[in-house]
Design a protein around this ligand. Structure first.
Ligand SMILES: [Zn+2]
Length: 269
Protein backbone atom coordinates (compact mmCIF):
# COMPACT_ATOMS: atom_id res chain seq x y z
CA UNK A 1 0.00 0.00 0.00
CA UNK A 2 1.28 3.41 -0.92
CA UNK A 3 1.54 6.08 1.69
CA UNK A 4 -0.40 9.23 0.78
CA UNK A 5 2.00 11.96 -0.41
CA UNK A 6 2.64 14.40 2.39
CA UNK A 7 2.21 17.98 1.35
CA UNK A 8 4.34 20.79 2.68
CA UNK A 9 2.07 22.77 4.94
CA UNK A 10 1.40 26.22 3.63
CA UNK A 11 2.90 27.98 6.70
CA UNK A 12 6.30 26.26 6.21
CA UNK A 13 6.44 27.23 2.54
CA UNK A 14 5.82 30.86 3.53
CA UNK A 15 8.65 30.61 6.10
CA UNK A 16 11.10 29.55 3.37
CA UNK A 17 10.15 32.52 1.18
CA UNK A 18 10.66 34.89 4.12
CA UNK A 19 14.07 33.36 4.92
CA UNK A 20 15.27 33.78 1.31
CA UNK A 21 14.18 37.41 1.30
CA UNK A 22 15.98 38.04 4.60
CA UNK A 23 19.23 36.46 3.36
CA UNK A 24 19.06 38.52 0.16
CA UNK A 25 18.68 41.71 2.21
CA UNK A 26 21.67 40.85 4.44
CA UNK A 27 23.80 40.14 1.36
CA UNK A 28 22.81 43.42 -0.27
CA UNK A 29 23.54 45.27 2.98
CA UNK A 30 27.03 43.77 3.20
CA UNK A 31 27.76 44.65 -0.44
CA UNK A 32 26.60 48.23 0.14
CA UNK A 33 28.78 48.61 3.29
CA UNK A 34 31.80 47.27 1.36
CA UNK A 35 31.20 49.73 -1.49
CA UNK A 36 30.92 52.68 0.95
CA UNK A 37 34.17 51.70 2.77
CA UNK A 38 36.01 51.33 -0.55
CA UNK A 39 34.75 54.77 -1.59
CA UNK A 40 35.99 56.35 1.67
CA UNK A 41 39.41 54.68 1.18
CA UNK A 42 39.81 56.22 -2.30
CA UNK A 43 38.42 59.63 -1.36
CA UNK A 44 40.55 59.88 1.82
CA UNK A 45 43.63 57.65 1.37
CA UNK A 46 45.65 56.93 4.57
CA UNK A 47 48.67 59.27 4.72
CA UNK A 48 52.13 58.58 6.03
CA UNK A 49 52.83 60.45 9.27
CA UNK A 50 54.15 63.89 8.35
CA UNK A 51 57.83 64.57 8.87
CA UNK A 52 58.61 60.87 9.17
CA UNK A 53 60.64 58.83 6.76
CA UNK A 54 58.77 55.82 5.47
CA UNK A 55 60.85 52.90 4.35
CA UNK A 56 59.10 50.22 2.37
CA UNK A 57 60.48 46.75 2.75
CA UNK A 58 60.39 44.44 -0.24
CA UNK A 59 61.21 40.87 0.60
CA UNK A 60 63.52 41.86 3.44
CA UNK A 61 65.38 44.63 1.59
CA UNK A 62 64.69 48.34 1.36
CA UNK A 63 63.49 49.33 -2.10
CA UNK A 64 65.85 51.71 -3.99
CA UNK A 65 63.11 54.35 -4.35
CA UNK A 66 62.30 54.28 -0.63
CA UNK A 67 66.00 54.39 0.27
CA UNK A 68 66.58 57.41 -2.02
CA UNK A 69 63.60 59.22 -0.46
CA UNK A 70 64.86 58.38 3.02
CA UNK A 71 68.34 59.74 2.21
CA UNK A 72 66.89 63.11 1.21
CA UNK A 73 65.22 63.65 4.58
CA UNK A 74 67.61 61.68 6.77
CA UNK A 75 69.81 63.21 9.46
CA UNK A 76 73.51 63.51 8.55
CA UNK A 77 75.55 60.47 9.50
CA UNK A 78 78.23 62.27 11.48
CA UNK A 79 79.16 63.18 15.06
CA UNK A 80 77.23 60.95 17.45
CA UNK A 81 75.20 59.71 14.46
CA UNK A 82 78.30 58.47 12.61
CA UNK A 83 77.48 55.32 10.67
CA UNK A 84 80.12 52.61 10.71
CA UNK A 85 79.18 49.29 9.14
CA UNK A 86 80.01 46.91 6.27
CA UNK A 87 79.53 49.70 3.71
CA UNK A 88 80.92 52.62 5.75
CA UNK A 89 84.42 52.21 7.25
CA UNK A 90 85.35 54.46 10.14
CA UNK A 91 86.65 57.74 8.61
CA UNK A 92 89.49 58.40 11.09
CA UNK A 93 92.39 56.52 12.72
CA UNK A 94 91.46 57.45 16.25
CA UNK A 95 88.42 59.43 17.41
CA UNK A 96 88.63 62.65 19.39
CA UNK A 97 87.05 63.09 22.81
CA UNK A 98 88.13 59.79 24.35
CA UNK A 99 88.56 59.47 28.10
CA UNK A 100 89.40 56.44 30.24
CA UNK A 101 86.47 54.55 31.67
CA UNK A 102 88.00 54.80 35.15
CA UNK A 103 87.74 58.60 34.86
CA UNK A 104 83.99 58.43 34.17
CA UNK A 105 82.62 55.49 36.08
CA UNK A 106 82.48 54.75 39.77
CA UNK A 107 80.99 51.92 41.75
CA UNK A 108 77.75 51.84 39.69
CA UNK A 109 79.34 49.62 37.05
CA UNK A 110 81.96 46.84 36.86
CA UNK A 111 84.84 47.64 34.52
CA UNK A 112 86.75 44.85 32.82
CA UNK A 113 89.37 47.39 31.78
CA UNK A 114 89.32 50.72 33.62
CA UNK A 115 92.11 52.04 31.41
CA UNK A 116 90.02 51.27 28.33
CA UNK A 117 88.59 54.36 26.63
CA UNK A 118 85.15 55.66 25.78
CA UNK A 119 83.76 58.81 24.18
CA UNK A 120 83.22 61.28 27.04
CA UNK A 121 79.63 62.21 26.13
CA UNK A 122 78.66 58.55 25.67
CA UNK A 123 80.38 57.59 28.93
CA UNK A 124 78.65 60.29 30.95
CA UNK A 125 75.27 59.32 29.48
CA UNK A 126 75.99 55.66 30.29
CA UNK A 127 76.81 56.61 33.89
CA UNK A 128 73.41 58.33 34.27
CA UNK A 129 71.80 55.23 32.79
CA UNK A 130 73.55 52.84 35.18
CA UNK A 131 72.68 55.00 38.19
CA UNK A 132 69.00 55.05 37.12
CA UNK A 133 68.99 51.26 36.72
CA UNK A 134 70.54 50.77 40.17
CA UNK A 135 67.94 53.12 41.67
CA UNK A 136 65.26 50.84 40.20
CA UNK A 137 66.84 47.77 41.80
CA UNK A 138 68.51 46.38 38.68
CA UNK A 139 71.76 44.41 39.21
CA UNK A 140 75.18 45.91 38.47
CA UNK A 141 76.17 46.18 34.85
CA UNK A 142 79.58 45.23 33.55
CA UNK A 143 81.25 46.95 30.58
CA UNK A 144 83.17 44.22 28.81
CA UNK A 145 84.33 46.44 25.92
CA UNK A 146 84.15 50.05 24.74
CA UNK A 147 86.66 51.78 22.42
CA UNK A 148 88.88 49.45 20.39
CA UNK A 149 91.63 50.63 18.06
CA UNK A 150 91.38 49.68 14.40
CA UNK A 151 94.57 47.57 14.78
CA UNK A 152 93.20 45.65 17.76
CA UNK A 153 89.83 45.09 16.08
CA UNK A 154 91.63 43.85 12.95
CA UNK A 155 93.48 41.27 15.08
CA UNK A 156 90.15 39.98 16.42
CA UNK A 157 88.81 39.83 12.88
CA UNK A 158 91.84 38.01 11.46
CA UNK A 159 91.72 35.46 14.30
CA UNK A 160 88.08 34.75 13.44
CA UNK A 161 88.89 34.44 9.73
CA UNK A 162 91.63 31.91 10.48
CA UNK A 163 89.02 29.72 12.17
CA UNK A 164 86.67 30.09 9.21
CA UNK A 165 88.09 31.56 5.96
CA UNK A 166 84.56 32.26 4.63
CA UNK A 167 83.47 34.15 7.78
CA UNK A 168 81.81 37.43 6.81
CA UNK A 169 81.78 36.74 3.07
CA UNK A 170 78.03 37.32 2.85
CA UNK A 171 77.06 39.07 6.09
CA UNK A 172 73.53 40.05 4.99
CA UNK A 173 72.69 36.36 4.57
CA UNK A 174 75.01 34.99 7.26
CA UNK A 175 75.35 37.82 9.80
CA UNK A 176 78.53 38.00 11.87
CA UNK A 177 79.56 38.85 15.42
CA UNK A 178 83.12 40.08 14.68
CA UNK A 179 83.77 42.86 12.16
CA UNK A 180 86.93 43.87 10.25
CA UNK A 181 89.15 46.54 11.87
CA UNK A 182 87.69 49.65 10.25
CA UNK A 183 84.07 48.45 10.12
CA UNK A 184 83.42 47.89 13.80
CA UNK A 185 81.77 50.85 15.52
CA UNK A 186 83.82 50.07 18.63
CA UNK A 187 86.51 52.10 16.81
CA UNK A 188 84.38 55.25 17.34
CA UNK A 189 84.31 55.09 21.15
CA UNK A 190 80.50 55.42 20.94
CA UNK A 191 79.71 51.71 21.39
CA UNK A 192 79.61 49.77 24.65
CA UNK A 193 79.28 46.06 25.26
CA UNK A 194 77.16 45.97 28.41
CA UNK A 195 76.70 42.73 30.33
CA UNK A 196 76.00 42.28 34.03
CA UNK A 197 77.43 40.69 37.16
CA UNK A 198 74.56 38.20 36.97
CA UNK A 199 75.15 37.30 33.32
CA UNK A 200 78.66 37.76 31.98
CA UNK A 201 78.30 35.90 28.70
CA UNK A 202 77.54 37.72 25.46
CA UNK A 203 74.69 35.58 24.13
CA UNK A 204 70.98 35.77 23.28
CA UNK A 205 69.97 34.73 26.81
CA UNK A 206 71.34 38.01 28.17
CA UNK A 207 68.43 39.80 26.47
CA UNK A 208 66.03 37.86 28.71
CA UNK A 209 67.71 38.78 32.01
CA UNK A 210 66.31 41.69 34.11
CA UNK A 211 69.41 43.75 33.22
CA UNK A 212 69.13 42.99 29.49
CA UNK A 213 65.40 43.76 29.47
CA UNK A 214 65.87 47.01 31.41
CA UNK A 215 68.40 48.23 28.84
CA UNK A 216 66.16 47.32 25.91
CA UNK A 217 63.28 49.30 27.46
CA UNK A 218 65.17 52.30 28.86
CA UNK A 219 68.51 52.87 27.10
CA UNK A 220 66.97 55.33 24.61
CA UNK A 221 66.13 57.72 27.46
CA UNK A 222 69.92 58.12 27.91
CA UNK A 223 70.73 58.29 24.19
CA UNK A 224 71.62 54.63 23.56
CA UNK A 225 70.18 52.19 21.05
CA UNK A 226 70.37 48.42 20.83
CA UNK A 227 72.47 48.61 17.69
CA UNK A 228 71.90 45.14 16.27
CA UNK A 229 68.26 44.21 16.85
CA UNK A 230 66.64 40.88 16.15
CA UNK A 231 65.03 40.87 12.70
CA UNK A 232 67.36 43.53 11.23
CA UNK A 233 70.29 41.21 10.50
CA UNK A 234 69.68 41.48 6.74
CA UNK A 235 70.29 45.25 7.03
CA UNK A 236 73.06 45.39 9.67
CA UNK A 237 74.94 42.24 8.59
CA UNK A 238 75.45 41.55 12.30
CA UNK A 239 73.72 38.98 14.54
CA UNK A 240 71.28 40.04 17.27
CA UNK A 241 73.50 41.40 20.05
CA UNK A 242 71.47 42.29 23.16
CA UNK A 243 74.67 43.52 24.87
CA UNK A 244 75.94 45.97 22.22
CA UNK A 245 74.65 49.52 22.78
CA UNK A 246 75.51 52.53 20.70
CA UNK A 247 75.30 56.17 21.77
CA UNK A 248 73.43 58.36 19.25
CA UNK A 249 71.91 61.03 21.55
CA UNK A 250 68.46 61.07 23.18
CA UNK A 251 66.49 62.49 20.23
CA UNK A 252 67.68 59.94 17.66
CA UNK A 253 67.64 57.06 20.15
CA UNK A 254 64.04 57.82 21.14
CA UNK A 255 62.84 57.95 17.55
CA UNK A 256 64.74 54.77 16.63
CA UNK A 257 63.27 52.99 19.68
CA UNK A 258 59.71 54.23 19.06
CA UNK A 259 59.75 53.25 15.39
CA UNK A 260 61.47 49.90 15.99
CA UNK A 261 64.08 50.55 13.30
CA UNK A 262 67.85 50.20 13.15
CA UNK A 263 70.45 52.95 12.66
CA UNK A 264 70.80 52.21 8.93
CA UNK A 265 67.04 52.71 8.44
CA UNK A 266 67.04 55.90 10.55
CA UNK A 267 69.86 57.36 8.47
CA UNK A 268 68.31 56.18 5.18
CA UNK A 269 71.51 54.29 4.39
ZN1 LIG B 1 80.10 45.30 20.63
Amino acid sequence: MQEPKTQVPREKWTDRVNLTALLTRILLGLLLTGAVLLGIHFLFPPRAEEGRTVIVSQGGTVSPAAAAMARQTAPRAEGTLLLVNWENPVPFDRPEGLVTQAEIFGDEVVLVNGEGSVNREAGEAAKRMFLAARAEGIGRYKISSAYRSIAYQEKLWQARRRQDPCYGDDPYTNPVKAMPGCMSEHTTGLALDILSENHETANDAYGETPEGRWLAENAHRYGFILRYPEGKEHITGVIYEPWHYRYVGVEAATEIWERGICLEEYLGA
